[in-house]
Design a protein around this ligand. Structure first.
Ligand code: URA
Length: 245
């Protein structure tokens, strides 16, 4: 990666973790801050967000992940349908107790059609192993099923088209607990603009399923000093899971 891109990724990581606080602490003027964040609608309590029922209406006839995959894997609802190599539906145990949700496929995932198989994926596998979960026993999916060009952040319109697929997957898998990795996944599914710092360690709910949040493994690769915090998060996540068994 070029130095410029590394810098951009590093700043994005900082914003992902510290959210508005980063800019507050830098004492930016409101105008500059609003240009960066465009955020006047912070919701302090994302715990009980329920996605609208209409998100599920179209898919009630699909009773298995397999049939649902067949239905959607030729999707062309957004321009990423044209640029993807492979549709990345999600992978793992269709009856998993644990579901892990990331952001979007990267280059490796796009090539293989499987989520989290690149460097970040290997780290995710290790994080799961650290709390005694095999990758095969959980179900792993993303907010977006197709790779955004150059791994840019998902656009709102792409997420709007794609999240109904994810909600249906959650409904079919019916996990006991969900782990959201990274701010994009957390803020989208909990419908909040809170920073990751403020969300970490709390237990939320998605459709009645207990949900926790931690760093994205790609951010951990760039900022290894956050691994300790991730370790603490996943220990709490494991305890939550044990308490529900
Ligand atoms: N990052 C993600 O968020 N998902 C993947 O599948 C790979 C990298």
């Amino acid at each position: 990666m070029s130095t410029k891109n590394l810098l951009i990724e590093a700043i994005k990581d900082q914003q992902n973790i510290f959210g508005d606080d980063l800019y507050e602490n830098l004492n930016f003027s409101n105008q500059i801050k609003n240009n960066f964040l465009n955020d006047n609608s912070v919701k302090e309590k994302p715990e009980f967000y329920m996605p609208p029922k209409s998100l599920f209406e179209n898919y009630s006839e699909y009773k298995t992940l397999e049939s649902f995959n067949k239905k959607i894997n030729t999707c062309q609802k957004c321009p990423l349908g044209k640029t993807r190599t492979k549709f990345v539906f999600g992978a793992g145990n269709p009856n998993a107790d644990v579901m892990v949700i990331g952001e979007a496929p990267g280059a490796d995932e796009d090539a293989q059609g499987v989520p989290f198989v690149g460097r970040a994926g290997k780290l995710l596998t290790d994080i799961l192993k650290a709390i005694d979960f095999d990758r095969e026993e959980v179900f792993i999916a993303n907010i977006l099923k197709c790779r955004p060009p150059n791994n840019r952040n998902p656009l709102p319109e792409e997420m709007n088209e794609c999240t109904p697929y994810l909600y249906k997957q959650i409904e079919l898998v019916k996990p006991k607990v969900i782990l959201l990795v990274g701010l994009i996944s957390a803020s989208t599914l909990l419908n909040t603009k809170l920073s990751l710092t403020k969300m970490r360690g709390n237990v939320y709910e998605i459709q009645g399923i207990k949900t926790m949040v931690t760093y994205h493994p790609a951010a951990l690769l760039r900022n290894p000093n956050w691994k300790r915090g991730c370790w603490e998060d996943v220990q709490k996540f494991k305890k939550l899971y044990e308490s529900l068994k």
